[in-house]
Write a protein that binds this ligand. Structure first.
Ligand SMILES: Nc1ncnc2c1ncn2[C@@H]1O[C@H](COP(=O)(O)OP(=O)(O)OP(=O)(O)O)[C@@H](O)[C@H]1O
Ligand SMILES: [Mg+2]
Length: 324
């Protein structure tokens, strides 16, 4: 294999192209399929002039599982806004914090290129939302960071926000479909309302556990290294390497990908002939500022190192204290 020296600019360009690369995974495929079905249903209803209620796809995953990236990819497939007709078939917004019903309405209007000049009542704002959604032919709204809908507001305000979402799905002549992505608290929040929960499909971006995902993660390392034309060093075949990577990446798909790209970039920048465990260790050290004793790629008892991984079960296990 060649070990051609790359300039820092070439390394940076390659890193950007690796970061742009999208890897389809089961959670993404499920959500994409559901969205395709919603779109086809909507089109059929329009053709027959029979609009029915909207539905929601709720994407749940821990931070770094890849929710925003996956939904963005799905939306890309739906096509960009039509500059000629002014149609915005879909819009994507980050739930504002705090998420009062007025703030949410304002954010939707802003995404529809109708920024509100003056404050008005919430009900008037939602009337405007319904009007502009129809005007722009928007049939789909993506709300990212959906757990913020639970915000810090009063119970009344929270209920008003949930009601506003329900109303969007029930606008008589132009019902809206939703994609709401967020962390597991979002699921708790939405299931509190039976009328809302019967209208949604839940897609979970599951953790990449050592038990189930070793092969997948090993495949990711191999395919990213291949894209960078870097061979894999023998130490990456160590039985513990993939578990170390999974632990360092908090079992989250997106964080694992980021660690792989980081290690590759490091190896290329240091002009290494192959991608090895040391590249992962030094990238992790650089990323987290952690000492070798707390680096999952170096420490013998790596599973006890807190990497920020969400604990399983209600009580986080206390890692045994070791003295070295
Ligand atoms: N399918 C994928 N293919 C390639 N890279 C991905 C993929 N999914 C996520 N990533 C990468 O993982 C990182 C985290 O992804 P993302 O921001 O989508 O996670 P998230 O679940 O939205 O996290 P948060 O809850 O913190 O917003 C990003 O750097 C992204 O580029
Ligand atoms: Mg996100």
């Amino acid at each position: 294999m060649t070990s051609k020296t790359m300039s820092p600019e070439e390394v940076a360009r390659l890193a950007v192209s690796l970061r742009k690369h999208f890897v389809a995974h089961p959670g993404y495929e499920t959500a994409r399929k559901l969205l395709g079905e919603l779109r086809d249903k909507r089109q059929a209803e329009l053709d027959l002039c029979l609009p029915s209620e909207g539905r929601a796809i709720v994407v749940i995953g821990e931070s770094g599982s890849g929710k925003t990236t996956a939904v963005r990819k799905m939306l890309e497939h739906m096509g960009p806004p039509d500059a000629v007709s002014g149609e915005y078939r879909w819009i994507s917004i980050r739930v504002p914090t705090p998420a009062t019903q007025k703030d949410l309405a304002r954010a939707i209007l802003h995404a529809l290129a109708f920024p509100l000049a003056r404050d008005t009542t919430a009900s008037r704002m939602w009337e405007m939302v319904a009007f502009h959604l129809h005007l722009r032919k928007t049939w789909l709204i993506h709300l990212d960071e959906g757990q913020e809908l639970g915000g810090r507001g009063s119970d009344n305000e929270k209920a008003a926000v949930i009601n506003a979402l329900k109303s969007l799905m029930q606008i008589a002549d132009w019902p809206i479909n939703l994609i709401i992505s967020g962390t597991p608290e979002l699921h708790e929040l939405l299931t509190q309302d039976p009328q809302l929960s019967r209208r949604f499909y839940v897609v979970r971006f599951l953790p990449q556990t050592e038990l189930d995902s070793r092969r997948n993660v090993a495949g990711l390392v191999g395919s990213y290294a291949k894209q960078a034309a870097l061979p894999l060093a023998a130490d990456l075949r160590d039985v513990e390497f993939i578990p170390r990577l999974i632990h360092a990446g908090r079992e989250q798909f997106g964080i694992i990908v980021e660690l792989i790209i980081g290690a590759i970039t490091r190896a290329l920048a240091e002009n290494q002939a192959a991608l090895n465990a040391a590249s992962f260790a030094s990238h992790y050290a650089q990323r987290t500022g952690e000492t070798p004793a707390r680096n999952p790629f170096l420490a013998p008892d790596f599973r006890s190192i807190p990497t920020g991984r969400t604990p399983l079960g209600p009580e986080p296990p206390t890692p045994p204290k070791r003295r070295r």
